[in-house]
Design a binder for this molecule. Structure first.
Ligand SMILES: [Zn+2]
Length: 420
């Protein structure tokens, strides 16, 4: 009983925060001080840990949100890409229909002129017959026909036709029939055009709605992480691009050697210049500048190389509205044709111009028509100008690298000095 009490007393004694040793006040305070410090440190550690945890979870949330937004942008970019292709197709269709209509109108005009000429001949005939006292009233009757069916009805009413007029009357009949057919076809084409134009309008409306949606999402991303244009180099597929470069350089060098051998062979055989190589259906007609590069797309230079608020701008922006084709600035091998959330739909081309390796980059395309590893000729169609990736408004972000592209873009040169 006594022992139990003593144990309880000991526990109470030990349980106090500091040891009281009679006759030594200073030591007692030293213990108190240490204890407080330990507590403070423990508190601080747990605070730091919890704030670290909070920070980590905040970061994870941000990253999750960012990757979700990136996915949304990619999806919208894909939709925009499809819509742009549809608009381009519709525009081609409308153009073809308009040409068809133009041709039909011309055809109809030619036939009508023929009909009028014949009528004049008939009238002359009637006049001379009347003078000589004969009658050919049926010509009067037939000439009055306003349409092919009217004509057929009138022929039925005419009992006798002079043999010499028969051929001309048949021709007249055929022409009236032809005009009616062509006019029906014309009306058909016109109503088709109307439908196409309406569809085109709807497609364009849909496209601009998607652009607006994207602008909204992109605004969110920019607010959250303040992405600048110079972050374009930070690609998810940077490793892939770098790996493909070696193969492209090799392929370009092999192509150059083959071309040189061919030229030498032709020069030896014919002592004549090599014929121009062609092949693609959609080709730029921009003449090459002395640098060997052509302007890759129609449009105004909307942002130049170098300083720009938010970081260095390693390319040249070319902006234009509508369906704008983008062409290879020089012949070469497609190093990479892919999508990244920063560059959007992007094409990299490796060139070998007079032994110097260059690389060009075509970013924010709405569509891509070439694939990695493919050889392209200068002026070959690569895809349409777009607004994919981190882009505000339709434009082409064009880069030229003297040497190979790298994430730091240390080889980037001012494209304005290479194209006009
Ligand atoms: Zn740019």
């Amino acid at each position: 009983m006594k022992r139990k009490l003593m144990m309880a007393g000991m526990a109470a004694f030990i349980g106090t925060t500091w040891l009281y040793i009679p006759g030594n006040e200073n030591r007692a305070f030293a213990y108190e001080d240490l204890d407080q410090k330990r507590q403070q440190i423990e508190e601080k550690t747990s605070k730091t840990e919890s704030s670290l945890k909070k920070k980590k979870s905040e970061l994870a949330k941000l990253e999750k949100k960012e990757s979700k937004l990136k996915k949304e942008i990619e999806q919208i970019d894909q939709k925009v890409s499809t819509a742009t292709e549809k608009v381009a197709e519709k525009e081609k269709e409308v153009k073809k229909t308009k040409q068809e209509i133009k041709k039909l109108k011309k055809d109809i005009q030619v036939i009508n002129e023929r009909i009028e000429k014949r009528k004049a001949i008939f009238k002359d005939r009637i006049r001379s017959m009347q003078k000589s006292g004969g009658t050919i009233n049926y010509l009067d009757v037939l000439l009055g026909a306003r349409s092919f069916s009217d004509f057929v009805g009138r022929v039925g009413a005419v009992t006798t036709i002079v043999e010499a007029d028969k051929d001309m009357i048949t021709e007249h009949e055929n022409d009236l029939k032809l005009v009616e057919q062509k006019e029906a076809e014309l009306n058909n084409q016109l109503s088709g055009l109307e439908t196409s134009l309406k569809e085109l309008e709807a497609l364009k409306k849909d496209l601009s709605k998607k652009h607006k949606e994207k602008e909204h999402i992109l605004g969110d991303v920019t607010d959250k992480k303040n992405h600048a244009h110079d972050e374009l180099g930070k690609l998810e597929n940077e490793q892939e691009i770098l790996a493909n470069q070696k193969a492209a350089v090799k392929s370009e060098e092999a192509h150059r050697q083959k071309e040189e051998a061919e030229k030498a062979k032709q020069a030896a055989e014919k002592n004549a210049p090599a014929p121009h190589s062609g092949g693609s259906d959609q080709v730029s007609d921009t003449p090459a500048s002395s640098s060997g590069f052509i302007k890759p797309a129609a449009g105004r230079f909307s942002s130049g190389f170098g300083g720009r608020s938010g970081g260095n701008h390693f390319g040249l922006d070319i902006a234009a509205k509508g369906t704008v084709p983008v062409y290879a600035a020089a012949s070469g091998t497609v190093t990479n044709s892919s999508y990244s959330s920063s560059y959007g739909n992007v094409v990299f081309i490796t060139h070998n111009i007079n032994g110097q390796t260059y690389q060009t980059v075509y970013a924010h395309l709405s569509t891509r028509s070439v694939s990695t590893g493919q050889r392209v000729e200068q002026g070959q169609f690569l895809g349409y100008m777009g607004n994919t990736g981190q882009s505000h408004g339709q434009h082409l972000h064009f880069e030229i690298h003297k040497g190979l592209w790298n994430g730091a873009k240390s080889n980037a040169v001012n494209p304005a000095q290479y194209i006009r």
